[in-house]
Design a protein around this ligand. Structure first.
Ligand SMILES: Cc1cc2nc3c(=O)[nH]c(=O)nc-3n(C[C@H](O)[C@H](O)[C@H](O)COP(=O)(O)OP(=O)(O)OC[C@H]3O[C@@H](n4cnc5c(N)ncnc54)[C@H](O)[C@@H]3O)c2cc1C
Length: 389
């Protein structure tokens, strides 16, 4: 959506295809990071965005064994917004869609599912789509695969995926939230478990981290009362509402993947975001990275796309490769950080012993420079992009 907005703003005709009929689904993550908020400021959209209901987290605190550990402090970032905005992703997407619709070059087709790529020789020339009125094709000078971790575009192009793997999955569910519930405590860790609570105003979007492939064999097998007890052992203040989780179908299993494409592009095709590099939820940074990819792609491709539009100039593979060259390093460093975090998680996940934050973490969390550095890494990421067009 961000890519569509930026391309249309640069005068490039763009059609965004979304397979669902609306955005009202539990997307994976509600975090809008300072780097993304800075881009919104650059676009003159920040005030409008922040008028939508949201919460602001200017610190991130983990609660390990009942002890609060401040791990990131956003209040010193060199940005207009020194906080993470927590907003349901459908609000962000609807907002971007309505802003993009102001540009005549922007077209959004909902309920249009890409089923395959079309080709002429080895060049991708567009997509085959399933629409509410039947199958169709759409031709494009350039197809950009932004279709997430199970991308049809990358599979159809036979782009080679290098799997790093992830040893965890996440259970995703909601519990109501009361005004005096703890703030900013995004991660509760104890007794070999981890619970993340995302403040969505009157309810928490909850993420409970489990070892991969143990949902049925261990969690469901132990029964719902045991699951309730696990959650309460981490966050006892949820006791008065835990019964809201009355059936397993209220709990979704989200599988976590970490991978990257060897090559993000092929003639006529570029992949970005999770389609090019599936991110783990660790650090809540995947959305920001996908948006940064979109900005880099428009910075690099807007002029060649306009030249294609006006003079029929071909967009070369060399040009497409520049996007990967620009964004590969930030992605790989971020994924490395996520993989290290997975290893640390695996040292305690499933071990029922009470946890205590170790001395190194306690010392680090007491150092302001450490908290500001983590905030910079999480909030701005590596090589934050600026909109050029
Ligand atoms: C459990 C979990 C929790 C997470 N939490 C966070 C978080 O809090 N913060 C964060 O920053 N990151 C989080 N992430 C990572 C984040 O979800 C991704 O990195 C980010 O969403 C990638 O954005 P994207 O636009 O590339 O892909 P997506 O957000 O996956 O968007 C892809 C879009 O393409 C559409 N689509 C898919 N296939 C087709 C098709 N064939 N035709 C048409 N449309 C199609 C989809 O419906 C979707 O709208 C989490 C990941 C997981 C697994």
């Amino acid at each position: 959506m961000m890519l569509g907005l930026l391309l249309a703003r640069a005068g490039v005709p763009v059609t965004v295809l979304e397979k669902h009929k609306d955005f009202f689904r539990d997307f994976r993550g509600d975090t809008i990071h300072p780097a993304t908020l800075e881009l919104m400021h650059q676009l003159g959209l920040l005030e409008g965005l922040l008028r939508l209901p949201h919460q602001q987290a200017d610190h991130l605190t983990a609660v390990i064994g009942g002890q609060q550990l401040p791990l990131a402090d956003f209040t010193h970032l060199p940005t207009h917004c020194r906080f993470i905005a927590l907003m349901p992703q459908w609000d962000l997407l609807n907002f971007l869609a309505s802003e993009a619709a102001r540009y005549p070059a922007f077209h959004l087709l909902m309920e249009h599912e890409v089923t395959a790529l079309t080709r002429h020789g080895n060049r991708v020339t567009g997509v085959e789509i399933q629409t509410p009125t039947g199958p169709a094709t759409l031709a494009a000078a350039l197809t950009i695969g932004c279709d997430g971790r199970h991308a049809t575009t990358t599979a159809s192009a036979h782009l080679h995926t290098i799997e790093t793997g992830a040893p965890i999955d996440v259970l995703w569910f909601r519990l109501s939230r009361h005004p005096n519930d703890p703030e900013n405590a995004l991660g509760f860790l104890n007794f070999g478990q981890m619970l993340i609570l995302i403040n969505r105003g009157d309810y928490f979007q909850c993420g409970y981290v489990i070892r991969k492939d143990t949902f049925v064999s261990r969690i469901q097998h132990a029964g719902l009362p045991a699951f309730h007890a696990s959650l309460l052992s981490l966050a006892p203040f949820l006791a008065d509402r835990i019964d809201q989780l009355a059936a397993w179908d209220q709990i979704k299993l989200l599988t976590v993947q970490v991978n990257h494409l060897e090559r993000w592009s092929a003639p006529g095709l570029l992949c970005i975001g999770d389609a090019a590099h599936a991110m783990s939820p660790v650090g809540g940074i995947g959305i920001n990275l996908a948006i940064q990819d979109a900005v880099a792609a428009v910075n690099i491709l807007a002029e060649p796309l306009l030249a294609n539009l006006h003079r029929g100039a071909i967009i070369t593979e060399l040009t497409l490769e520049k996007v990967q060259q620009r964004r590969q390093l930030p992605t790989r460093i971020t994924q490395t950080f996520q993989v290290i975090a997975h290893h640390i998680l695996m040292t305690f996940l499933g071990n029922p012993a009470p946890m205590r934050p170790n001395k190194i973490l306690r010392t680090l969390s007491s150092i302001p420079l450490f908290r500001r550095t983590t905030a910079r890494f999480i909030g701005l990421g590596i090589r934050p992009e600026h909109i050029r067009h």
